[in-house]
Design a protein around this ligand. Structure first.
Ligand code: SAH
Ligand code: F3S
Length: 478
């Protein structure tokens, strides 16, 4: 799973090994970005201490939690539909409690309880430690809501239970919230101000994962390049910190260097990067360490400088292209992926063509593309009319998706005949006689099974490919 909305993983229920003595059953379902999936692991950890084991059978749950996403209207509609399903189950099992977590909880607050009568509990992304108290309220027959956003909370002291994972790859959250205020985006409102997690607690979590045999970690944040630890507190208050705090602060390049140096056998990834905050030092750290994967997810949203300005992205088309050039100068062959939005208010055919030509320039390895969805409360919703007709949005989306397909095919084919290192993750979905894993460039690779097993690094000679998958055979244990 990559950092963002991966349709294949949406709605996954997360179950873990049962803790002895726990008798209550929690069913937890997650939607949206990797951060939400990571947060669900924190929530499961908090609830394991309250006597809850997880289940993937909705019908037997005492408590149903849904971790929600507000990024586009469609994401919210999906959750509304799930609530209908829970409602049907609740009719059979009236003692079952239902809680809404995450971004939709934060956005709609108490309104949720009015709109969706079945909901007993509403908890925003910074209030998960309050869940035990809130559950008591619910048991006493009261509705319970906590949507207070925090200046400090990073859950650094909670050791997440790895849910539904493969025991090989894991997410480690390093920042929470976002201060960038892109005009289309609801995240700064639902996840609050940006704060970074203590590097020591990050290192402890990574050390623990390494001891447990994990082979790959992804450092996670809405904007990882903005990571800055100076003893705690909001990113925006850094200027007010003491000279000593400022001088001894840790930024993202330093954090990445620390993690990669401490675990040379572990693969390190990170997501998401923001062009305006990505500094060259990060690129040099990537070039220095072989274990940092040469892949950068670098959302651009639009290829038109005028639209980028309307979106409050702090860079022009040309600056972004220069950054791409620098990436390839410092890290030759680095894979680059994108997020794009079509049909942002006022987007003309000219602007759209600029997006297509930017794509031609970069030839992204892969990307996630969306139609603009107006989010209540954002600057774009307040100031700009959602004026691009639906048919135009659809047509533009098809055009960029088709172009991306073409580019993905080109990028994938570049590996034909080459030998790549693959971390085996699981059995291939299409063929039980094949393993499936990923290369450092984030390509999926499949090859016949032999004595190797998930968690092994192997060298694979690429003999064939589809648009997104490398097909080959193992030439050597790595
Ligand atoms: N920095 C974040 C971005 C979160 S949102 C991260 O870690 O990924 C993920 C993507 O959703 C954005 O890059 C953007 O392309 C898309 N998106 C955000 N708000 C949107 C909106 N209102 N309509 C359509 N797409 C949107
Ligand atoms: Fe959203 Fe922009 Fe932050 S897309 S998460 S406000 S970087």
């Amino acid at each position: 799973m990559d950092k963002i909305i991966d349709e294949k993983t949406q709605g996954n229920t997360l179950t873990l090994e049962a803790r002895e003595g726990n008798s209550r059953k929690l069913y937890i379902e997650s939607y949206g970005c990797a951060m939400n999936f990571s947060d669900s692991e924190i929530v499961a950890s908090i609830l394991a201490d309250q006597g809850y084991n997880t289940t993937n059978l909705l019908e037997e749950a005492d408590l149903v939690l849904v971790n929600t996403c507000s990024i586009r209207d469609k994401a919210e509609q999906t959750v509304r539909k799930r609530l209908e399903k829970y409602n049907a189950v609740k009719r059979i099992n009236p003692k079952m409690k239902v809680g809404v977590l995450g971004c939709m909880a934060e956005r709609l607050k108490e309104k949720f309880l009015e709109e969706e009568k079945i909901v007993d509990l509403v908890v925003g992304p910074d209030a998960y430690k309050d869940i035990p108290n809130l559950l008591k309220e619910v048991e006493e027959g009261r509705d319970a809501v906590n949507v207070i956003l925090s200046k400090e909370e990073t859950y650094g002291d909670i050791s997440p239970v790895r849910l539904g994972g493969n025991g090989i790859t894991a997410f480690v959250s390093i920042t929470r919230g976002c201060d960038n205020m892109c005009t289309f985006c609801v995240v700064p409102f639902t996840r609050g101000r940006e704060r970074s997690r203590d590097p020591q607690s990050i290192m402890e979590e990574v050390n623990d994962l390494a001891e447990k045999g994990y082979k790959e970690i992804t450092l996670l944040g809405q904007n990882v390049d903005s990571y800055l630890w100076y003893g705690g507190g909001l990113k925006k208050d850094f200027k007010k910190a003491s000279e000593m705090q400022q001088a001894t602060a840790t930024d993202f390049a330093q954090l990445l260097d620390l993690v990669a140096t401490a675990h040379p056998k572990m693969r390190i990834r990170f997501s998401t990067s923001n062009p305006q905050d990505m500094h060259e030092e990060v690129l040099y750290v990537m070039a220095k360490h072989e274990n940092i994967c040469n892949h950068i997810h670098l959302p651009v949203q639009s290829g038109s400088t005028r639209i980028l300005k309307e979106m409050n992205r702090q860079h022009t088309r040309e600056e972004y292209m220069k950054l791409i050039d620098r990436i390839w100068e410092i890290i030759p062959g680095c894979a680059i992926s994108q997020d794009m939005i079509v049909g942002f208010p006022t987007e003309t055919e000219e602007d759209h063509k600029e997006t297509l030509s930017l794509m031609e320039y970069v030839k992204y390895d892969f990307g996630y593309m969306y139609k603009y969805s107006e989010r209540p409360g954002t600057m774009a919703a307040r100031k700009l009319e959602d004026d691009v007709p639906e048919e135009t949005k659809s047509r533009r989306l098809t055009e960029i998706v088709d172009l991306q397909q073409k580019h993905s095919a080109i990028r994938t084919a570049e590996f034909l005949g080459k030998t790549v290192t693959v971390l085996i993750e699981k059995e291939s979905k299409k063929n039980k006689d094949e393993w499936s894993g990923r290369t450092e460039h984030n390509n999926v690779a499949v090859f016949p099974k032999s004595t190797y097993k998930p968690g092994d690094f192997v060298k694979v000679k690429v003999t064939d490919c589809t648009t997104a998958t490398l097909i080959g055979e193992v030439v050597e244990h790595s």
